[in-house]
Design a protein around this ligand. Structure first.
Ligand SMILES: [Zn+2]
Length: 152
């Protein structure tokens, strides 16, 4: 059963980091990649949720349907490669996520840089690209297929 979307303010919090856990990280105890009984976590993304976001075109943060523009939150490296790991989000959700994560000093959500180095960009469309057999990074990426505009 697909989980229901939640308002940003209603997202569960990572018990250790104190930050809201986005939809794409799995917002239920013991969900997806995490063993039964494990608390929700902002440390990494959940593969199943990431795929669901791509195929159902729902926001990686709140889980509700996406319109345009699409907001991507990612590191400078991801912007440079035009390939993001966090699924696209509503602009308001992405803004709220950046604000909530500002004080986190370590890399989270499976990204390779701390939130202080994340940027928010917008675009109108994307392709979901699954890793090839020879790719070192075995995670799928979201690759903007329209102009990518850095917002902040
Ligand atoms: Zn959203």
């Amino acid at each position: 059963m697909d989980p229901a979307p939640r308002e940003f303010s209603e997202l569960p919090r990572d018990p250790e980091l104190g930050v809201p856990v986005p939809f794409a990280a799995g917002t239920d105890v013991g969900y997806g990649d995490r063993p039964a009984g494990t608390p929700v976590s902002a440390r990494s993304l959940d593969k199943r949720r990431v795929t669901q976001c791509a195929l159902s075109r729902v926001c990686g943060i709140c889980g509700a349907g996406l319109g345009r523009p699409l907001a991507f939150v990612g590191t400078r490296t991801e912007v440079g490669r035009n390939a993001f790991h966090l699924p696209p989000a509503h602009v308001a959700c992405a803004d709220a996520l950046l604000a909530a994560y500002r004080g986190v000093a370590e890399p989270v959500l499976g990204l390779d840089a701390a939130p202080a180095e994340w940027v928010l960009s917008t675009t109108a469309s994307f392709e979901f690209v699954r890793p090839g057999r020879d790719d070192l990074d075995k995670r799928p990426t979201f690759q903007p297929s329209a102009v990518l505009t850095e917002v902040r």
